[in-house]
Write a protein that binds this ligand. Structure first.
Ligand code: F6P
Length: 329
């Protein structure tokens, strides 16, 4: 049995651990493992490389993905999808392991329902994928955010300043909320809970009146202030920063963490998760149990039907959101 493995969408630290585990557990099960480069784009173009236990050596500690990744436009077209099916047939692949976010796992579902037995592995720093408590990469990204906030707090306290820190999350506030809680932020602004910029300014001023001269405002990149048009010029962090600066004379400083949140050596948690999910994926393929994504639930690895894949509908725990503000007061 020849099994292809690909990584798709935004890279996430721990993807390499999953590739390594899938390849080594796969060869142990007499599967021939083949890498597909650049995600679905490589499947469309037939960009395949052989993988064995040695080619995946020395990668567990590295962020990114040795198979590279892409957000493939071609795979969204009918012609592209047909090319992907042609690649599967011409290269004799009898199964696929697809590592990526909610869009990638929907792609896995499409392939599975078009005759290509597929298993999904959720990986995204946003932790917004249905069917798993944690996605590969989220823990490392959170640690990066927390370390960044620690550094920012040093200077914020020294100068008694307000800092606006923009983190990733176009549609998901998970990194902002959990990173903000762990990093001691006073205010967290997320796409799921729009609040007005006037309210943000009031919260900052209330803190200052209580003698708290510094504050850290963590803003998810997808935050849209209440009462503002959905389409904004510039980033969400920039909008918050400008409003506080111009309208409320608070003189904040802005830091946009950007893609540095996606890189870096994976945490122990993400390596362990990658190993467990990678190993389970090939085991299920070997057993003929495709059409599922593997995920983590209460410390156990579970299998969830691919047809259910998509974004988690309730990704934000309101009690945790409230806790951030209670602790800040
Ligand atoms: O992978 C998820 C994510 O990092 C989001 O948090 C972010 O909005 C998006 O990817 C950025 O994507 P890109 O690197 O393609 O600009």
């Amino acid at each position: 049995m020849r099994v292809g493995i690909l990584t798709s969408g935004g890279d996430a630290p721990g993807m390499n651990a999953a590739i390594r585990a899938a390849v080594r557990c796969g060869t142990g099960l007499d599967l021939e493992m083949v890498g597909i480069r650049r995600g679905f784009a490589g499947l469309v173009d037939g960009d395949l490389i052989p993988l064995d236990n040695r080619t995946v050596g020395g990668i567990i500690e590295h962020g990114g993905t040795i198979l590279r990744s892409a957000r493939s436009e071609a795979f969204l077209t009918q012609a592209g999808r047909q090319s992907a099916l042609d690649t599967v047939e011409s290269s004799g692949l009898s199964g696929l392991v697809i590592i990526g976010g909610d869009g990638s796992l929907k792609g896995a579902h499409w392939l599975d329902t078009h005759g290509v037995p597929s298993i999904g592995i959720p990986a995204s720093i946003d932790n917004d994928i249905y069917g798993t408590g944690m996605a590969i990469g989220t823990d490392t990204a959170l640690n990066t955010v927390v370390e960044s906030l620690n550094r920012i707090r040093d200077t914020a306290i020294s100068h008694g300043r307000v800092f606006v820190v923009e983190v990733m999350g176009r549609t998901s506030g998970y990194i902002a909320l959990m990173g903000g809680l762990a990093g001691g932020a006073e205010i967290v602004l997320i796409p799921e809970i729009p609040i007005s910029l006037d309210r943000v300014a009031t919260l900052v001023k209330q803190g200052q009146n209580k003698g708290k001269l510094h504050s850290i405002i963590v803003v998810a990149e997808g935050f849209c202030p209440k009462g503002s048009p959905k389409e904004q010029n510039g980033s969400a962090g920039q909008a918050v920063n400008n409003f506080l600066n111009e309208n409320k004379s608070i003189e904040p400083r802005l830091t946009i963490l950007g893609h540095l949140q996606r890189g870096g050596s994976p945490s122990a948690f993400d390596r362990i998760l990658g190993c467990r999910l990678g190993g389970k994926a090939v085991q299920l393929l070997k057993e003929g149990k495709a059409g599922v994504a593997v995920g983590l639930s209460r410390e156990k690895i579970i299998a969830v039907p691919l047809e259910k894949m998509g974004q988690k509908s309730e990704n934000i725990d309101l009690q945790i959101y409230d806790l951030v503000y209670k602790i800040a007061s």
